[in-house]
Ligand binder design. Structure first.
Ligand SMILES: NC(=O)c1ccc[n+]([C@@H]2O[C@H](COP(=O)([O-])OP(=O)(O)OC[C@H]3O[C@@H](n4cnc5c(N)ncnc54)[C@H](O)[C@@H]3O)[C@@H](O)[C@H]2O)c1
Length: 320
């Protein structure tokens, strides 16, 4: 007899919730997707079905199940109890508003098993604030995904300060089973790590455009054809390490130059006004607003192809 599938509850079936539903379904969990908006649930189901079919056609499905088998692992409900009762893991994916998220936790708190992990996709809300008033604060963790989680596997794990010692290792192993790449933050900090780095890049990009140093198209190329090429498979620290003969050599060769440039950085600009108008208008020339969904699909295909390439190269590395 086949082993009973472990149950996972996903609360919120928007961009992030539906992507996690696909990931858990591919890893052979029994998935229950819940939303307060019935129309969101039906659009999630239609989109998931279409995406799985397309991924199967492109041979880019995750796991070993067919698209149909994966789809059959996903159930939807408008009853929160049916979603979370007896789940081993519950993943909250509702909008980034503390009063909304904490209202959801107040409802699920009394329905959860004591061993169930309660995860949040929060992008910036701190676990110490999110979990402060819940009974299961010892089972709470933020699992911050990268959008879209199906194609960009990094997840940041930030446990609540009250988390039991098994919460981080169990969540890490669940994420690895999905094929995600977890990193663990030792302490909470505003913006976590991914967004702090992303916003540092955004801050300087804004300034360079504002000061008329480069246009939007050129700025984005610096990342897509330059820095991003390496960053797709190694971080800034290893990049520096290899760009010289280790970190001491890097510091010896470049520290004075880097510190000199860094001294010209300045306080962040406001993200509005004429620079916002200029960036929106230049972007509209490159990607018209009525082609956003097509452009997202273009992005997702490339992310999926990149994931395949990386998997193939990882397999080759393992064989060596
Ligand atoms: N979209 C991103 O790029 C991204 C990336 C990383 C993390 N996140 C985080 O993930 C979370 C979800 O974001 P999203 O982009 O999927 O939002 P979204 O707006 O696409 O989806 C939110 C869903 O939650 C539902 N919802 C609202 N209140 C609810 C409730 N009380 N109970 C159940 N469902 C409810 C909505 O109907 C909607 O379907 C946020 O915390 C966000 O910050 C988003």
């Amino acid at each position: 007899m086949a082993a009973r599938k472990e149950k996972v509850g996903i609360i919120g079936s928007g961009l992030i919730g539906r992507s996690f539903a696909m990931l858990f379904a591919a890893a052979e969990y029994e998935v229950w997707l819940y939303d307060i908006e019935k129309s969101q649930l039906s659009s999630a189901v239609n989109e998931i079905k279409a995406q799985l079919k397309e991924l199967q056609g492109l041979q880019l499905l995750r796991g070993s199940l067919t698209a149909e088998q994966q789809f059959n692992n996903i159930n939807t409900t408008d009853d929160i109890e049916q979603c979370v009762k007896n789940a081993v893991y519950v993943h909250e994916c509702v909008p980034e508003r503390i009063e909304l998220k904490t209202a959801v936790y107040a409802k699920v708190d009394k329905l959860l098993n004591d061993t169930c992990i309660l995860a949040s996709s929060a992008s910036a809300l701190l676990p110490s604030k999110l979990a402060a008033n819940i009974q299961h604060k010892n089972r709470f963790i933020v699992v911050h995904p990268t959008n879209p989680p199906f194609y960009a596997p990094l997840v940041e794990l930030i446990p609540s300060p009250w988390a039991d010692s098994d919460v981080v290792p169990t969540t890490k192993s669940i994420m690895e089973k999905l094929g995600q790449v977890p990193v663990i933050l030792k302490k909470e900090i505003d913006g976590f790590v991914l967004n702090r780095i992303q916003y540092a890049i955004m801050k300087e990009s804004w300034r360079l455009i504002k000061d008329g140093i480069i246009d939007v198209e050129g700025l984005d190329k610096v990342m897509s054809a330059g820095l991003g090429r390496r960053y797709a498979f190694m971080g800034p620290i290893e990049t520096a390490y290899l760009n010289a003969d280790g970190m001491y050599s890097y510091s010896e060769r470049y520290a004075t130059m880097i510190e000199g440039v860094m001294a010209t950085f300045r306080e962040p600009d406001k993200f509005d006004g004429p620079v916002l108008d200029q960036i929106q208008s230049e972007m509209e020339q490159l990607v018209p607003m009525d082609t956003l969904q097509a452009r997202r699909n273009w992005r997702d295909k490339r992310l999926a192809a990149l994931a395949q390439l990386q998997k193939r190269m990882d397999n080759e590395d393992e064989k060596k």
